[in-house]
Design a protein around this ligand. Structure first.
Ligand code: TRP
Ligand code: ZN
Length: 855
């Protein structure tokens, strides 16, 4: 059925719920095509709302069997989005709603509500999936305790809270903590777990389970270890303990996103749970650690304190991302983590902020809320909290968080509540800072310097370009951490934080013995683009002597970017020798963390270069970018061959595989060296690394290196033969070939692989590994003639028919279309228009495509 014209929801229209829920009791009789859900919901009028409202319950795709109020049968007439009971039919005061509905989880391919994956039942309710399970006021500011009974022959039956009772074919669960419906979860399956336990700081004994399908039980140890470390960390750093007797995690293969923080019953995409050294890379281990922590941390930031409405999404997501970033820094390396986070922020969030999908951290309207689980809400949201902490200091940050937890426990809150605790505990007015939540776009800071008679003046100017719906921008409060380095490498001025709160700011430093080199935006103290032209010699000085590790990295990055830009713009034929020297110094410095050196050795990617060229006012050509990058890699590898060979040898990690940061960093540097060497040794080092690899990091890294120089066919065949039965490794097999395919073969290869027997396109991981991988190969996707665009659009339309949420997420590959030349723009726009005019396009895709077209 085609969707009718989608209507936007506005933040300004918020009204408190007319009825609150005192308790919910649900009974599920599980059946693939006819699951029965009975509900008993105790309502009472909300004292904070005007009286006399009708009762409106959300419900979609439900077959209503019967309904009653206070045991009086009702002739309820549902419409397509729910049902309304006129106020005249409602008793005064509290009442009990009872209903029974039938739903069909087996046919639910949208992976929202109750669905089946690999023979098990599972749920996904955030943001608005509970309405596909039963009639309910499905909004986060309605919180209630839930009691759930599940009837099924399956051996493992789970829901939120604590187990109360069970018998043959049934189980009952009770969740005493009031929660919104989006945190409801239910699982039923033939699952196994290796139980563990954790004792909280207040003495509570908690049983821990990670439930997986039989055969996967040997791949959960790392996730369990990460969970226990997360629980301890939240106690030690935030003083927050777990609050139930059991914590269950379930891994499912078909899942739209990474994982979900349902109270006491987290559900995970299996790729973020299952790991062994043979099948998972170091990057996979790190993602598992981060996402396990993220979902666990939501227990306080999201569940105990939730969002009043979906516009406040960053209240829980920005904060929880910030917390998982802190955790990862503590577990691994703060310097390396910060660099990685900034690289992702720039790649995903700056890209979003610079294009047609730009929106504020707190949007003002949406058509489909699932389209707003974005890098802006998550990653930029986390940056805002990092800035707040910098502005008030660590101690007052801790005090503000204590106040937040104490004041708002059990409530559904807003960004205003959040800012208020910082104003009170931080002791300062934050009304200007709050603009960050409402203003979209990445601010640019232009820095200019003046040096005269021992006096140094730094001038900062801020500017934010218009974004869709926001033509005018106001100045933001931007903390700029900076220091000054002398020409001999000593620090003239240690880090201080300038507060740029108007259009410009000038600061002067007197009595300096020599002209200093400025180290600006240390630690990337604000999510901005810094325009500060520094000559290569100054960048080389910062790279060698800056006391701020982020800016040492950044100096190397600027040199790399400048040299690649010069080659692309044809003002240089070869990489600048000063850049190659600087690179040599960084990668050979044994006092530096290998993980840091590995990052330094990674050239800016094709997409980074396209973005930075376009930022500088040029039209990027993906083909040229690809060729120049290859040429630069060749020159670097030739110049640094001896050094790279030595690194590849020195960084071997003998002994049993250890996923911890130290060995992971050594493997990262070794693989980077092997991959670079491929450009100078025909892939000999990579072939050797592949042949001897005893872990997935080195096996996949070496194969990818070979693919990058157009080789690797033999290794690919071996990889396939060995891993064809492992679904998570097969995602890597699909993805690597397409991502690293030569530009002129990428589309044909993708097309071939879509006909592979293992291309299960309804599985979101597999779709991303094939169709998403083509988007991650810019020169291939943007090849002449638009075949890449057509292929991706065809598949998005096909996926949209079964899973609109996944289609919409994958559609952002088109968001940069205005960046390119007019031929490419025409082709890209016509694919967007073709999708827009598709007769049965979902609400999700309709909104995305319209926004990308600029309508
Ligand atoms: N709240 C989840 C998280 O950030 C993410 C999430 C939102 C999600 N909607 C979802 C996950 C839909 C899966 C499906 O941890
Ligand atoms: Zn989250």
């Amino acid at each position: 059925m085609p969707d009718t014209t989608p209507q936007p929801v506005f933040l300004a229209d918020y009204q408190p719920p007319p009825f609150l829920v005192e308790s919910v009791a649900l009974t599920f009789r599980l059946h693939p095509t006819a699951t029965r859900v009975s509900s008993e919901i105790r309502f009472r009028p909300n004292p904070d709302a005007t009286p006399g409202h009708d009762l409106r319950l959300d419900g979609e795709g439900l077959n209503l069997l019967h309904a009653s109020i206070d045991a009086m049968p009702l002739d309820a007439r549902p419409d397509t989005t729910g049902l309304t009971i006129p106020a005249a039919l409602l008793p005064e005061g509290a009442f009990v709603w009872q209903a029974e509905v039938e739903i069909a989880p087996e046919g639910n391919t949208a992976l929202e509500g109750l669905y089946m994956s690999g023979g098990m039942y599972c749920t996904q309710c955030e943001a608005e999936g509970f309405r596909k399970i039963t009639y309910y006021p499905d909004r986060p500011d309605v919180m209630a305790p839930f009691r759930v009974r599940i009837e099924s022959d399956l051996p493992v039956l789970l829901s939120n809270g604590n187990p109360v009772a069970s018998g043959a074919g049934w189980a009952e669960w009770d969740d005493p903590h009031p929660k919104p419906s989006y945190l409801f979860a239910l699982v039923g399956g033939d699952l196994v777990s290796t139980p563990d336990s954790f004792t909280t700081m207040d003495g509570r004994h908690v049983t821990l389970n990670i439930w997986v399908r039989k055969g996967d039980e040997h791949s959960t140890a790392y996730a369990m270890d990460a969970l226990k470390r997360s629980m301890l960390w939240d106690e030690q750093v935030y003083g927050r303990a777990y609050d139930l007797d059991i914590f269950n995690i379930v891994a499912v293969d078909d899942f739209n996103m990474g994982a979900m923080e349902n109270k006491g019953l987290n559900i995970f995409n299996s790729r973020y749970v299952l790991a062994t050294p043979e099948t998972a890379t170091d990057a996979d281990f790190a993602s598992i650690e981060r996402i396990i922590a993220h979902e666990y941390f939501h227990n306080w930031t999201g569940n105990r304190i939730t969002c009043r409405d979906w516009f406040q999404l960053s209240l829980k997501e920005g904060l929880t991302v910030f917390r998982d970033q802190q955790f990862m820094g503590d577990m691994r390396s703060h310097a390396v983590k910060r660099i990685e986070d900034v690289l992702t922020l720039r790649a995903r969030q700056f890209r979003e902020d610079a294009g047609p999908l730009a929106h504020p951290v707190r949007p003002e309207s949406y058509v489909e809320i699932n389209n707003f689980y974005t890098a802006t809400v998550y990653e930029k949201g986390a940056e805002l909290i990092r800035m707040l902490r910098l502005l008030v200091g660590e101690d007052r940050y801790a005090a503000a968080l204590d106040l937040y937890f104490n004041r708002h426990d059990g409530q559904a809150c807003t960004i205003e509540d959040w800012i208020a605790v910082f104003e009170e505990a931080g002791g300062r007015d934050l009304s200007q800072f709050k603009r960050w939540y409402g203003q979209a776009g990445t601010p640019r800071i232009d820095a200019t310097e003046d040096w005269q008679d021992g006096q140094y003046t730094l001038t900062l100017r801020q500017h934010t370009a218009p974004t869709p719906g926001q033509p005018l921008k106001e100045p933001l409060l931007i903390p700029v951490a900076m220091g000054l380095i002398g020409p001999d490498g000593t620090e003239f001025l240690p880090t201080q934080v300038l507060e740029l709160d108007g259009p410009t700011l000038s600061v002067t430093y007197d009595n300096l013995p020599a002209r200093p080199v400025a180290s600006l935006l240390r630690g990337f103290s604000a999510p901005v683009v810094l325009d500060h032209t520094q000559p290569p010699a100054d960048l080389a000085l910062l790279l060698a002597h800056d006391t701020d590790p982020f800016n040492r990295f950044e100096a190397g990055r600027s040199l790399a970017r400048d040299t690649l830009h010069a080659m692309i713009m044809q003002t240089a034929a070869q990489p600048d020798p000063q850049f190659i020297d600087a690179l040599r110094i960084m990668i050979c410095d044994d006092t530096l963390d290998p993980a840091f050196r590995a990052l330094a050795l990674r050239l800016p990617g094709q997409e980074d270069l396209a973005a930075s060229l376009s930022e500088a006012g040029h039209t990027p050509d993906p083909t040229v970018i690809f060729q120049i990058r290859q040429k630069a890699m060749h020159a670097i590898a030739t110049a640094l061959k001896a050094e790279l060979e030595k690194i590849a040898q020195d960084m071997e990690t003998p002994g049993p595989f250890n996923p911890a940061a130290r060995d992971a960093g050594r493997r990262a540097l070794r693989i980077q060296a092997v991959a670079a060497l491929a450009y100078a040794d025909h892939g000999d080092a990579a072939k050797n690394a592949f042949a001897h690899a005893n872990n997935m990091t080195e096996q996949l890294g070496a194969w990818s290196a070979l693919l990058g120089i157009g080789a690797g066919a033999q290794e690919g065949a071996e990889f396939y033969a060995r891993w064809r039965h492992d679904r998570l490794v097969m995602d890597k097999w699909f993805m690597a070939q397409i991502m690293f395919a030569a530009p002129d073969t990428a589309v044909a290869l993708t097309e071939t692989l879509t006909r592979h027997a293992s291309f299960d396109w309804k599985n979101p991981n597999r779709f991303r590994a094939v169709i998403g991988a083509l988007g991650a190969n810019p020169a291939g996707f943007h090849c002449q003639g638009g075949a890449g665009y057509r292929l991706v659009a065809d598949w998005l339309l096909r996926l949209d028919g079964v899973n609109p949420q996944a289609a919409a997420r994958n559609s952002t590959v088109f968001e940069t279309w205005r960046r390119y030349d007019s031929d490419r723009q025409t082709l890209l726009r016509s694919e967007l228009q073709r999708m827009a005019s598709h007769p049965t396009l979902s609400r999700d895709m309709t909104e995305m495509v319209a926004r990308m077209l600029g309508e």
